[in-house]
Structure formats: C-alpha cells, structure tokens
Design a protein around this ligand. Structure first.
Ligand SMILES: NC(=O)c1ccc[n+]([C@@H]2O[C@H](COP(=O)([O-])OP(=O)(O)OC[C@H]3O[C@@H](n4cnc5c(N)ncnc54)[C@H](O)[C@@H]3O)[C@@H](O)[C@H]2O)c1
Length: 346
C-alpha cells in the first residue's frame, strides 16, 4: 500500500513508519518538524527506497495538494498533532492550529484528491486519536467506541474536535475514513517530556522524581510497537466509517508505574539507595483526568489484534532502551521546555 503518514518524525508516527516499511509498504512521511520531532527516530529506514520525507505543515493546504498529486497515496495515516497536555495548558494556540485547522486542511486535500481519482472505495483516511476525548472514568467502567465525548484539557478538546471533523467528512462527503482512539503509549523514542522518560532520566541523573498530586491517576498503558501494529492492522483490514478503541488492558496508577520503573532501575543500574527514595509529590495538573481505561474488544474480535507485551515486559524493554541510547535523549534535552515543569497555571 502507498501510505502518506503525517507526523512520522514523532514518537508513534516513527514507529508506524519503521514497521510499515518493514511490512513492505511505500511510505511518504510529511512532518513540520516541531520541537517534538526527531528525524533520528527514522535512521533505521531513512535510506530505504520505499521511504521518502518532506517537511510540510499540515495547515498549508497548497503544499498538501501538491504532495497528494505527486505521491498519489492509497491511504493517509494522520498522526501529526501537538500532543503534550501540559503544553496545551500553557499555550493552547498551536493545538488549535495543528490539531483542528491542520486536520481540516488534510481532510480537504484528501477529499479533493479522492474526487480527482474517481472516489475509489478502497481509499482510506485513518485518523489517529486518543482515549482522552472521552474524559475521565470513575473507579469502574471502560471506554467503548460509543462512550460520549467529554474532553477536559485543551489537548483533548482539540483532538475531540478533529475526530468530529473526520466523522463529518465521512457522513457529508462519503470520504472513506477510519478513526482509532488509543490509550497512553510508551516505549523507545518517547520524547523526554512525557511521564515515563521523565521518570527514567530524572532517576538516573540523581534528581527528584516528580509525581503529580497523589499519584493515584490511572492510565491504561500500551507499548508503542503494539500500537503501530494495531494501526497497520486497521489501515489494511478496518471497516470504513468505523471507530476502533486500542488499549493495552494494562491499568496502573502513576505511583505504581513509577515504582515499577524504580525497581527495574534498581536491578539494571544499581546505585547505593533505592531509586524510589527520589520520588516527590508535586502540585497536580489542573483538570487532571482521574482514570482512563479502554475496552479493546472490537479491534480484538473483528480484526484479531492484541498487544504482544505486558506492561512489565514493555517497561523492561523501555528502561533498557533508555539506558542504551543516551546519545538520543541527551541531544533532545536542550529543546525548549524539556526538563522544566509545564502546565501548572501560576
Ligand atoms: N502519545 C500517546 O500516548 C498517544 C496516545 C493516543 C493517541 N495519540 C495520538 O497519536 C498521534 C501521535 O502522537 P505522538 O505521541 O507520536 O506525538 P509526538 O508529539 O511525538 O509527534 C507529533 C509529530 O507531529 C508533528 N507535527 C505537529 N504539528 C504538525 C503540523 N502542523 N504539521 C505537520 N507535522 C506536525 C511533529 O513535528 C511531530 O513529529 C497524535 O495525533 C496523538 O494525539 C498519542
């Protein structure tokens, strides 16, 4: 399949591109190369004849149009977005631009191209979204594909808006779309401002390990390579107009997650004191959702997808990767905002 991937220099996009190339797809990656992008994530495939890259902002409709006409994709996998909740609290504007306006421009470019091609029924516009659009769960229950939208942060509200636009382009214009909503990802190449890499890097540099609030917020963690595999399964076999929730069925409180990472570090990089002694509690994020958990039965039953690793297995691989790839994360630590507390409204 010839796939146009947006945001392929980011954390999940780069996993999709690497896996997609290995599976034999022809991939063009378009990315604006924001602070969150890292082209080094693609070193393993960047010289592959089936891979190409162009620096494009998805808000630039005319650049998108040229790109579609030249590359002529069979499918679009749309991952480009501003993705960090804390940054969305400090500066929501970029989230509105890239996540809402950018998705609109991409939908229009896709629709015009699709019409020009004679509206092929097997064209796909796959929008990659988050479970955060559903808001927060109480102690029990799971997000299903029919859970009502109730986003709480500027990030999740911008993603919810983009989901609505994608559904509208399907209902109104017949564009063959699929939406996936996924739980929290983790794994290699995770940008060092997100919880798991922050914990690993603070721990090994002897700094305090900050936990928001009481650390009792619950997330459902999915290893990034498993998410990429789910996305490539959906683009090949998913049903048009359908939404698929993707989750790891790996719920953990933030405190338990951080303790697991500390225990792994105690084993893999022992120091005098247990790493857990570096944990401190800091004021919570405003509007911090209490619990997310996905019911992945649709993608499991209809498409036969399930995650390949448990949280413990995935965390071990991730911690080892960060210990073995210092050059990668050290180069990113000088990027604006990395290492400082964001999103705490003064
Ligand atoms: N990280 C998660 O846990 C998670 C979970 C579910 C869904 N998602 C969704 O998956 C997608 C990818 O997430 P991620 O964690 O890889 O994000 P990321 O921040 O690591 O990467 C995003 C990429 O998009 C690019 N980008 C941003 N704005 C752009 C624009 N205007 N034009 C072109 N490129 C632009 C960035 O340069 C970057 O390379 C996002 O849509 C996100 O909402 C993420």
């Amino acid at each position: 399949m010839k796939i146009l991937v947006t945001g392929g220099a980011g954390f999940i996009g780069s996993a999709v591109v690497r896996q997609g190339i290995h599976e034999g797809h022809i991939i063009k990656n378009i990315d604006k190369l924001t602070y969150a992008a890292c082209v080094e994530n693609l070193n393993s495939i960047c010289d592959h004849p089936s891979y190409s890259f162009e620096e494009i902002d998805i808000c630039n409709g005319s650049a998108l149009k040229k790109c579609f006409n030249k590359f002529m994709p069979d499918a679009v996998m749309h991952l480009a977005a501003e993705s960090h909740v804390d940054r969305s609290i400090d500066a929501p504007s970029a989230f509105i631009q890239s996540n809402i306006i950018g998705t609109y421009e991409l939908l229009e470019a896709s629709r015009n191209y699709w019409i020009k091609q004679g509206q092929p029924i097997d064209f796909r516009f796959h929008h990659i979204s988050t479970d955060e659009v559903y808001g927060s769960l109480g102690k029990s229950g799971l997000f299903t594909e029919s859970t009502s939208y109730d986003p709480k942060s500027p990030y999740s509200a911008s993603k919810a808006s983009s989901d609505h636009l994608v559904r509208a382009w399907h209902k109104t214009y017949g564009l063959p779309v699929i939406i996936t909503n996924c739980s929290n990802n983790y794994g290699p190449f995770h940008f060092p401002e997100k919880l798991i890499p922050v914990v690993i890097l603070k721990a090994i540099s002897g700094e305090k390990i900050p936990i928001y609030g009481k650390g009792d917020n619950i997330r459902d963690w999915l290893y990034v390579e498993d998410h990429a595999n789910a996305l490539l399964t959906v683009i090949m076999n998913g049903k048009v107009g359908r939404t698929y929730n993707i989750g790891g069925e790996n719920e953990a409180t933030n405190l338990d997650l951080v303790k697991k990472i500390c225990t792994l570090l105690d084993e893999l990089l022992p120091q005098e004191k247990p790493y857990a002694e570096q944990i401190i509690f800091v004021p919570d994020r405003p509007g911090h959702d209490q619990r997310y958990a996905i019911d992945p039965s649709r993608i499991r039953n209809e498409l036969g997808w399930r995650p390949s690793v448990t949280l413990d297995e995935g965390l071990r691989k991730t911690v080892l990767w960060y210990l073995e790839n210092k050059d990668w994360w050290q180069a990113l630590q000088s990027r604006e905002g990395v290492g400082s507390r964001l999103g705490s409204i003064k």
